[in-house]
Design a protein around this ligand. Structure first.
Ligand SMILES: [Zn+2]
Length: 119
């Protein structure tokens, strides 16, 4: 994949993240810490409270997406974006364009969804 396409996908990811976090720049970094850190510190800092509220207002599904977006962005830093987490194969460009935060290629995703249904 060329750099221009990667840049576009990264922009999309940042866009999705911005929307989920309410588009508030200050909240973004906090969101990131929150998502990564799990249990946040108790703090009376106003921006933290705000971020918590933003996160609390998200549905479980939206929070999942936020996590996936963070993961995808961290993969950019490692130059591993577009690589399937499961089989380490390349995720097709078309799939990344449709779901830029996907972790898996179509085959692995289907296998996983199949496995979930069996449980
Ligand atoms: Zn795969």
């Amino acid at each position: 994949m060329d750099n221009k396409k990667l840049e576009k996908l990264k922009e999309k990811l940042l866009d999705v993240r911005g929307k989920l976090c309410g588009g508030v720049e200050k909240a973004l970094k906090e969101c990131k810490d929150e998502v990564k850190g799990g249990v946040p510190d108790i703090s009376d800092d106003a921006s933290r409270t705000y971020t918590r509220n933003v996160l609390l207002n998200l549905s479980e599904r939206e929070r999942d997406i936020l996590k996936l977006v963070e993961l995808a962005l961290s993969k950019f830093e490692e130059n591993k974006y577009g690589v399937c987490d499961s089989c380490e194969g390349k995720i097709p460009e078309g799939r990344l364009e449709a779901v830029p935060y996907t972790k898996y290629c179509v085959r692995c995703q289907n296998e996983m969804e199949g496995a979930e249904k069996k449980q």
